[in-house]
Design a protein around this ligand. Structure first.
Ligand code: ATR
Length: 289
């Protein structure tokens, strides 16, 4: 019998009454890769635990979190549109959450307090480091939404000089108020100014399959030879931006690594094991996309 490509690498563990529980709160949540990712790790490490999708309407968010605490969950990931509500409900906010202005990981403490963490930015940096790329020099980020803020904050914390450029200038200015030292580049000129940067990161959904502009392929004509081009979009694997970068023989970084690395902290906190990100996991999650 041939194995189904989506099969976990080891048989699913049967849950006992002591199983550790976590999940992802979102609305909708059906698109989330987090259940596939966490359950892969639970299987691999033979952990008595489960990670479930939790579709929750915004109006029921607080009630849902209190309910999860009441039934003994260890915590939860939080995805759109709940990241600000998660920030508000947390009793203790990590440095990462304060910098990002949002929370994507809730850790329920035994004393009933909730710790809020934002792991997206550090996940991005970890995915760079896993590819042997150092977060050094000057970064230019496309976009000024929530993803831009967490990546910008993390890169600043690693000592990079960071600028953002965004179609809607006011939004970029607003982000610069939240993150002191952040530069703002007009959307109309960023391609020409690219020569001044060591890292370019697309934090928008431009180039994403089914997104606002799947063909988004800016000019990298002015790029310096050492420019690293990163995309947080991971469907498709080779976005038009990354294809353009390859054409210019620039180093590239796809978005899947960030998704995998941002999940590690939650898994460690809830299930007590520091999980590995490797090629098998990447292939498994990609097959489930
Ligand atoms: P997230 O929180 O996931 O980053 P978001 O807050 O909706 O998502 O941000 C989406 C980003 O994609 C924004 O920077 C947005 O630019 P605007 O602020 O001008 O809306 C950017 N974006 C989306 N569609 C775009 C398009 N067609 N052209 C340029 N930028 C676009």
């Amino acid at each position: 019998m041939t194995a189904h490509p989506k099969m976990p690498p080891v048989p699913r563990q049967i849950l006992t009454g002591k199983a550790r529980l976590a999940g992802v709160l979102g609305w909708p949540v059906s698109h989330s890769r987090s259940p596939a990712l966490h359950n892969y790790w639970l299987s691999r490490y033979q952990i008595d635990g489960a990670y479930v999708p939790l579709p929750v309407e915004p109006a029921h968010f607080v009630q849902a979190v209190r309910g999860l605490q009441a039934v003994g969950f260890r915590g939860a990931n939080v995805t759109l549109p709940h990241k600000e509500a998660a920030y508000a409900i947390a009793d203790d906010l990590d440095h990462s959450a304060l910098r990002a202005g949002a929370v994507n990981t809730l850790v329920f403490q035994p004393d009933g307090r909730i710790r809020g963490v934002s792991t997206d930015g550090d996940g991005f940096v970890a995915s760079m480091e896993a590819e042997g790329l150092a977060p050094k020099g000057r970064a230019l980020l496309l976009g000024a939404g929530g993803a831009a803020r967490s990546v910008a904050a993390a890169l600043q914390d690693y000592g990079m000089e960071v600028a953002v450029t965004n179609r809607t200038a006011e939004r970029a200015e607003k982000l610069a108020e939240a993150l002191p030292g952040l530069g703002v580049v007009p959307w109309s000129v960023w391609e020409e100014q690219l020569g001044a940067y060591t890292l370019l990161v697309n934090t928008t959904s431009l180039g994403m399959e089914g997104g606002p502009d799947p063909m988004f392929r800016p000019s990298l004509r002015h790029a310096a030879r050492h420019l690293v081009v990163a995309d947080i979009v991971y469907v498709p694997r080779l976005t038009p931006l990354l294809a353009e970068a390859e054409q210019h023989r620039l180093k590239t970084l796809g978005g899947l690594g960030m998704l995998l690395h941002q999940a590690r902290l939650g898994f460690r906190e809830w299930f007590g094991h520091d999980p590995e990100v490797d090629a098998d996991l990447e292939a498994y999650v990609r097959a489930s996309v």
